[in-house]
Ligand binder design. Sequence first.
Ligand SMILES: *Cc1c(COP(=O)(O)O)cnc(C)c1O
Length: 211
Amino acid sequence: MQLPILLQDIERCAREAGRNPEEVRLIAVSKGQPVEAIQEKVLKFEHFRLAENRGQELRDKIKLLPDPHLEWHFIGPIQSNKIKYLSQVHTIHTLETAEQATELARYADKWGRSPKLLIQVHNGEVQKHGCPPEDVAALLKTTRELGLTVEGLMVMAPYDQPEAARHIFQQVSALNARLELRELSMGMSDDYHLAIEAGSTLIRIGSAIFL
Ligand SMILES: *Cc1c(COP(=O)(O)O)cnc(C)c1O
């Protein structure tokens, strides 16, 4: 789908859900895509929010696309030996543990800046990543005590199960509201309409843009 068409559809979903379309922002997931495709399918339309899920690939792309307008998001698992690649990231969506928060705080000190953080919530499926919902409040507290900024929650819904996805999005949205957080990273190519309905503010879309 051409990016302008996708943006129109996101805006339509927001209006249908009775929301202000300006609250819903698109992040183009550029993982696995060569720089030429990113230029052709995203940057050409003056869209500057991109996400990667691997540290080295992110570092390489920042070098190849040094445009200061670009806002880089990291959406892959945080590995302690790869945090070094995240120095220029705007937001990390995948904080799962207090150990990761401690490591990130150490790097933030070194860098003189800290990426904003989102806590990834475990979605209840047989899936290894994410903080269990009942532990999110404690992780939030610990992370803030380390001087880091947590802006919201992130979750991935199970594939091809719209009813389960809707339920998970609503639960994580309710948790976000209880914790008085303002950003909510939910929704991918196949389920962004459900995520917008449930209150998502950051939509992470890859295949719908690049395939
Ligand atoms: C790949 C990926 C996406 C984008 O998924 P699509 O189905 O290609 O839109 C979103 N979030 C995360 C965490 C991903 O790894």
